[in-house]
Design a protein around this ligand. Sequence first.
Ligand SMILES: [Zn+2]
Length: 254
Amino acid sequence: MEYIYCLLFFTFGAIFGSFYNVVGLRGPKNETFINDRSYCPRCKKTLSWYELMPIMSYFIQFGKCRYCGERISPVYPIIEALTGCLFLFSYMQIGFDWELVIALMLVSMLMIILVSDIHYMIIQNNVLRFFLPFFIIMRFISPLDPWWSPIVGSLIAIALLALIIIISRGGMGAGDMKLFGVLGIVLGLQNVLLAFFLACLLGAVVGIALMALKIVERKQPIPFGPYIVAGALLSYFYGEEMIHWYMQLFYINC
Ligand SMILES: [Zn+2]
């Protein structure tokens, strides 16, 4: 029975993932995505059902449109597989609990943000506005300890990012700040600060590596979204352990 649930969570994740690709891609261009069938962005040919199967269709078509030969972005199958894996992972970590609803919504929001940030380097306001009320309601049903942690976490995260935006004069965007405000509700004070720290650390490490390998220029702007997504997920699932481990390290070294 357990295997069936695992398979279900992965499959639903992959199906939702292909929807998040569309929301992340079309949302910023104000295109509709509810009634519209998927189409090739170059030849506008509507895709048939077997070209819409998550993950597999990319490989069936060898990563190209069957009609015009346009290369399909590997971002599609990657997001589908990633969403599938994260839905499965959330279920395995949490099981059937109200917190699982929060985990699945968090993964969903972050995947949409990842898609728009990779393609356009923007974080959509309406995506944050859509998820925020759900997170607030869900934190009443599945509260953190202490109960005020989400409120304080959200406010401090916004204040911290606002300060960085002022000091760095545009090194980070208002979108990043609003995203951290929403993440504060989900993660609580301690973990939202950890998420920010991890995002900066990952961004710095990958940024320096890319510059060293001459893949990107020093002045070239790099989207910060993927690091926020990684930092938030690591902090959500492993925050307690990481902070505990760090404290222990500190205690022994004193
Ligand atoms: Zn085409």
